[in-house]
Design a protein around this ligand. Structure first.
Ligand SMILES: [Zn+2]
Length: 221
């Protein structure tokens, strides 16, 4: 029951054809580069800040501070489904996650289906697909979002919890027993989404539950 799509070979072929005509560009400043995701100048500016928070029963890892330098990359991942921003973020997420454990599978944080069809894709699924391609960790879309919710960024901490309460569910026939699970999101601000998802999966017998997001606004701590 692997449902995160499988376009790796096609994607690789398309990417190398595209590279011949359109050389890769730095995900931060757009400068043409030979390979990788970041130009030399931006490599000096991009400083990952991996934070691991131990919670009761699970933990949250964030990879980088959500500041003015990082935010355009996160925005681009939301707006450009095949973009290099997604591949860059996924590579960084995978690297940070593997520093702190091993995983049997990833599960993307789901979007409500109406929101997903409006955007055309869910960037967290794309992140998980790239993690699978880069690191060989299978991806399962076991979680669903059952209703539309208000944008979290418009709410305070209490409001965020109320907003998401009961809005996630596990699909039927999902088996997490004995598995080390990695839940993947693009941004985590207060950790409310991960907390709500943990409530849904905590009694499913998983061996370990790790939640990871690429960016975290540290000023909201
Ligand atoms: Zn650059």
């Amino acid at each position: 029951m692997e449902k995160c799509g499988n376009k790796s070979l096609l994607k690789r072929i398309l990417n190398s054809v595209a590279d011949m005509f359109f050389p890769p560009r730095c995900v931060f400043c757009g400068e043409v580069i030979l390979n990788g995701y970041i130009c030399e100048n931006c490599t000096d500016k991009y400083i990952p800040h991996i934070i691991v928070r131990e919670k009761e029963g699970y933990r949250i890892i964030t990879v980088a501070d959500y500041d003015d330098f990082i935010s355009p990359v996160v925005y681009s991942a939301k707006r450009n489904r095949d973009g290099r921003a997604i591949d860059f973020m996924a590579t960084e997420i995978g690297k940070a996650a593997l520093l702190h454990g091993e995983y049997d599978l990833t599960i993307p944080v789901p979007m409500y289906k109406g929101d997903k069809s409006k955007r055309g894709y869910n960037q967290t699924e794309k992140l998980c697909q790239t993690i699978r391609e880069e690191y060989g960790i299978p991806c399962y879309d076991f979680l669903i979002k059952t209703r539309k919710t208000a944008q979290q960024k418009t709410l305070g901490k209490k409001g965020r919890e109320e907003n998401l309460k009961g809005s996630y569910a596990l699909k039927k026939n999902t088996s997490l027993k004995g598995k080390s699970i990695l839940i993947v999101d693009d941004v985590s601000t207060t950790g409310t989404t991960f907390k709500e998802i943990y409530k849904i999966i905590k009694n499913e017998g998983a061996k370990s539950i790790t939640c990871i997001a690429f960016a975290h606004p540290t000023h909201k701590d």
